[in-house]
Design a protein around this ligand. Structure first.
Ligand SMILES: [Zn+2]
Length: 180
């Protein structure tokens, strides 16, 4: 593809390659990175999973996420990153993976309470009574009320504490679901 054609396509996203004096390998690297950004944006528009990801992340911009440098413990950082990437076991995600027919989104109910609610990230972290004891322990450090917007919780400054809270909720969930 000619540079002019690439730029025409990239111009939609204000990503034109403006320096054709770079060495060929540097231009190729720049081009690959910018094409990936286009892929990222197109996928975000088309995929319900990516839309969920964007809902769990304050910025839809492709690039390094600041929260990663605020959690020192590698295990906690991994847990938080997985959750933000919708790599979790909540019914909202498990129902999407059922084959051959997905569980309708409105029927992906929480199995740990009788609220008849969809078990999504908001219900899991802020609403479900199954985790109220965990919330009580963390409410001095995190914004944890039933009316706290999920985005506010996930964008709080105390990302390390948030990660610990998340892991505690996941442990409780696992134990409750696997009680004999
Ligand atoms: Zn529940």
């Amino acid at each position: 593809m000619l540079l002019a054609q690439v730029n025409e396509r990239l111009s939609t996203y204000n990503l034109c390659i403006d320096n054709d004096q770079l060495p060929p390998c540097a231009r190729l690297k720049q081009l690959a990175e910018r094409q990936y950004i286009i892929h990222h944006q197109v996928a975000a528009a088309d995929s319900s999973q990516v839309r969920a990801y964007l809902g769990l992340n304050s910025s839809a911009q492709y690039g390094y996420k600041e929260y990663l440098s605020r959690v020192n413990n590698a295990q906690l950082r991994r847990s938080l990153a997985c959750f933000r990437c919708v790599n979790h076991k909540l019914q909202i995600e498990l129902g999407r993976q059922v084959k051959p027919v997905k569980v309708p989104m409105q029927q992906r109910y929480c199995k740990l309470c009788n609220l008849g609610a969809v078990e999504d990230e908001d219900h899991f972290l802020l609403i479900c009574p199954a985790y109220q004891s965990v919330r009580e322990r963390f409410k001095g450090s995190l914004p944890l009320t039933a009316i706290t917007p999920l985005a506010e919780l996930l964008s709080c400054q105390q990302q390390g504490i948030l990660a610990r809270f998340l892991v505690q909720c996941q442990i409780v969930r696992f134990e409750l679901l696997h009680q004999t």
